[in-house]
Ligand binder design. Structure first.
Ligand code: RB5
Length: 156
């Protein structure tokens, strides 16, 4: 599985920890940056990079971290085919996979401790989409996405 990871300065320390965990699990990791937490950067830049990779098929899934996780969630869910889930505990992470087939996990680096973040990530990685009635609901999301694109003329 190819996973793209990115953050802003507020999520960079947690990103480093989670990147190490992903690599230890044998995941093919694309680190979209930033390299450290010393300078302030804008979350849409890095959230956009990762979301584009997942949306375009260059990565299977993504992990995004900013201070609250809110900015990254807003950015990621603008991209076609992205179902980004902001999770702060394992149950939400599990259900976001089982019910929503979430393809980007978002974490708030200033909201969650590293131990909980690792647990959330592990559960998210290890849980499969259940399909069934949930697949039809995801189809409805895709339909909304496609109709909005038609209405706005934004199909890039
Ligand atoms: C950065 O200060 C902060 O605004 C950002 O990390 C994030 O929390 C935005 O949603």
């Amino acid at each position: 599985m190819i996973i793209a990871i990115g953050s802003d300065h507020a999520g960079a320390d947690l990103k480093r920890e989670l990147a190490a965990l992903l690599e230890s699990r044998g995941v093919a990791l694309i680190d979209a940056g930033p390299d450290g937490s010393s300078s302030s950067v804008d979350y849409p830049d890095y959230g956009g990079k990762v979301s584009l990779m997942v949306s375009g098929g260059k990565a299977d899934r993504g992990v995004l971290i900013c201070g609250t996780g809110i900015g990254m969630s807003i950015v990621a869910n603008k991209f076609p085919g992205i179902r980004a889930a902001l999770c702060s505990e394992p149950l939400s992470a599990r259900l976001s996979r089982q019910h929503n087939d979430s393809n980007i996990l978002v974490l708030g680096g200033r909201m969650i401790g590293p131990v909980m973040a690792r647990e959330v990530l592990e559960v998210w990685l290890d849980t499969a989409f259940e399909g069934g009635r949930h697949a039809g609901r995801l189809m409805k999301i895709t339909n909304i996405e496609e109709n909005i694109e038609k209405k706005t003329g934004n199909n890039s």
